[in-house]
Design a protein around this ligand. Structure first.
Ligand code: ATP
Ligand code: MG
Length: 199
């Protein structure tokens, strides 16, 4: 499951847990992005902070782990590179790429989109506020993409950042350890990365 995870929240964790159970996956590998080219319009928190929050959030689940492949690769993150690196590390694994409906809708803007489907089965998770339009659904090879309905959690990292910047709580939207990490490292405070998002 790729993501910026800035910060990781319970929407991500529920989606991962549901898909793990649905497909009886051996493990879910969370892959925080390096330099996300889709998000060039805002400053993303340091990769190390996003990585550590993801580790904190997933540590107690024996079927969850976190990979550094994207944050250790130089340059912008492309999902095609993520899948190539993971399949080189686990040549016998059958890969599933877990994504929310919003990200899946943009899949054809991703680099080497058609090759993506050769490297992994794609799993599109429903997400409150985002519906896949008919044209996008029709263009996706149905044997390579499965849509999974997950319990609706209208949580986004953007909202968590804005809430923190406004001094509002993020308790219960993100795991307790992530609440504490954000406070300890003064992430998302009004003077920092999120200032432009408040306008
Ligand atoms: P941002 O607001 O910064 O874009 P986000 O909440 O969308 O953050 P990302 O790190 O961009 O989180 O998302 C990683 C993946 O998780 C994406 O595929 C996204 O669609 C999916 N996802 C995020 N939140 C949810 C949710 N509440 N329910 C289902 N899928 C989600
Ligand atoms: Mg997003």
């Amino acid at each position: 499951m790729g993501g910026t995870f800035d910060p990781i929240h319970h929407g991500h964790l529920v989606a991962a847990s549901e898909v793990q159970a649905w497909f009886d996956l051996d493990e879910v590998v969370f892959v925080p992005t390096g330099d996300p080219w889709q998000k060039a319009d805002r400053q993303v928190s340091p990769a190390e902070d996003r990585y550590l929050m993801t580790v904190i959030a997933t540590a107690s689940n024996p079927r969850f782990r976190v990979s550094r492949v994207d944050i250790d690769r130089d340059g912008p993150t492309y999902t095609i590179d993520t899948l190539r690196d993971l399949s080189a590390q686990m040549p016998d694994a059958q890969l599933y790429f877990i994504t929310g409906a919003d990200a899946l809708a943009e899949i054809f803007t991703w680099r080497d989109a058609s090759e993506l489907f050769e490297l992994a089965q794609f799993v599109g998770c429903t997400r409150p506020g985002y519906d896949m339009d008919e044209a996008t659904l029709a263009a996706i090879p149905s044997e390579r993409v499965t849509m999974v309905e997950i319990p609706a959690l209208a949580i986004s990292s953007t909202d968590c950042r804005l809430r923190t910047a406004r001094g509002e709580p993020v308790w219960y939207l993100v795991p307790d350890g992530v609440v504490q990490y954000i406070a300890k490292h003064h992430l998302y405070t009004a003077s920092g990365a999120t200032a432009s998002e408040q306008k």
